[in-house]
Ligand binder design. Structure first.
Ligand SMILES: [Zn+2]
Length: 82
């Protein structure tokens, strides 16, 4: 929902101007357009998310370690009931 900082008010998307401006003070800052939710903030979040995925790769030896740990733990559980 479009929020106008100077007016401290929410406005219906249909009430906004074509360029996303406030119907009362005509400010455009921090307002999503009436035609969608894609804003500069959303794009930045997507870039950050993609960056995080690149920073945390899943190497094959990590998967091997997890697999070995699961085998070990399941063996320990089996041993409990022997
Ligand atoms: Zn306003």
């Amino acid at each position: 929902m479009p929020w106008c900082e100077p007016c401290s008010k929410y406005f219906a998307p249909s009430a906004m101007g074509d360029d996303g401006s406030c119907p009362q003070c005509f400010a455009i800052a921090d307002m999503p357009s009436a035609h969608g939710s894609i804003t500069a903030k959303n794009l930045d979040l997507k870039k950050l998310a993609a960056h995080d995925e690149q920073d945390i790769p899943l190497p094959w030896h990590f998967k091997l370690l997890v697999g070995a740990l699961l085998l070990y733990l399941s063996w320990r559980v089996i041993e409990l009931f022997r």
